[in-house]
Design a protein around this ligand. Structure first.
Ligand code: AMP
Length: 287
């Protein structure tokens, strides 16, 4: 059953509406997205609704987090469907700024973090995290949420946002929610829409590889290089999947794991499947 959802398109109207919510004593949760919503986004909205009185979902395809040659121009846009889905979920506010509203003429500030921005996704996407942190800080300042909700799928992004919030004393709590998957284990992503049926089938190899690596570790192999060699051979059985990186890292610092691989370690993978660049990760558990 769909309820009404209020769409704001300028900072001024968003602020006025959220000030009214705050005056009525309501707590506010924020779910930042780039739209083309799927079950992963829906899980964040559901978690936000369970913890906050009012939920704001932002939809903004942030040009500053895309590099040259990436998919900014082709990123899926389906605003009407997204707004309908958010209304059905019970989300009360949708924040859809234009690029000009977000970055007006003369805009020139960028968040830079002296942390692990240049590893994993930061290697091939050099300007990506600066763009993400900048827009997320702007969204925090525009919305003023008590809690903001992010997905575990983008592990490095969530970790960097936590560091930024800590370093800059941003008064918001960060909640990281589990990755939602398709029945065959593929992590839901707006970019899965780019996949042909054959690519879609092979894309499930990402999560299967993480599972196979975890099994090998549980069976007693703790050498990172051997585990990664095994995982690369495993993913090699899916020829349409081209690995960008596959690494085992310290979950708190993202430093390379040099000693024995241990419980809690992060296994992170990024791969091109056709034109889509997909990411996934898993933290090892003893099972
Ligand atoms: P995006 O629209 O891809 O920028 O994602 C918006 C938010 O949804 C981010 O915090 C993502 O980590 C999160 N997200 C994306 N995919 C999933 C998923 N499959 N499960 C859980 N959260 C997700």
């Amino acid at each position: 059953m769909s309820s009404s959802v209020v769409v704001s398109q300028t900072v001024a109207e968003l602020r006025a509406r959220l000030d009214a919510e705050r005056s009525a004593g309501r707590t506010i949760g924020l779910v930042p997205t780039m739209g083309a919503l799927h079950g992963g986004h829906a899980s964040l909205v559901a978690r936000a609704l369970s913890m906050c009185d009012v939920v704001v979902t932002s939809i903004f395809v942030n040009p500053r987090q895309f590099g040259p040659g990436e998919d900014l121009g082709s990123y899926p846009k389906m605003l009407d469907d997204d707004i309908g889905a958010l209304a059905d979920l019970g989300c009360q506010h949708v924040w859809i700024p234009s690029t000009g509203e977000m970055y007006p003429e003369g805009y020139g500030t960028r968040v830079e973090l002296d942390g692990p921005t240049d590893v994993l996704c930061g290697v091939t996407r050099a300007t990506h995290f600066g763009g993400v942190l900048t827009v997320v800080l702007k969204l925090f300042n525009q919305v003023g949420p008590e809690v903001a909700f992010f997905g575990q799928k983008d592990y490095q992004q969530a970790l960097l946002i936590r560091l930024m919030v800590r370093d800059l004393d941003v008064p918001v709590r960060i909640e990281v929610c589990p990755t939602v998957r398709e029945p065959d284990g593929l992590a839901m992503s707006s970019r899965n829409r780019y996949l042909s049926p054959e690519e879609r089938e092979q894309a499930a190899a990402l999560n299967r590889t993480l599972g196979a690596l975890e099994e090998a570790w549980r069976a007693g192999e703790t050498d990172a290089a051997r585990l990664m060699g095994f995982a690369r051979a495993f993913i090699g059985r899916s020829p349409l999947v081209r690995i960008d990186y596959l690494e085992i890292r310290d979950p708190a610092t993202l430093a390379v794991r040099d000693g024995p691989v241990r419980a809690g370690d992060l296994v992170a993978v990024a791969a091109f499947v056709g034109s889509a660049r997909l990411i996934d990760n898993r933290q090892l558990t003893d099972g």
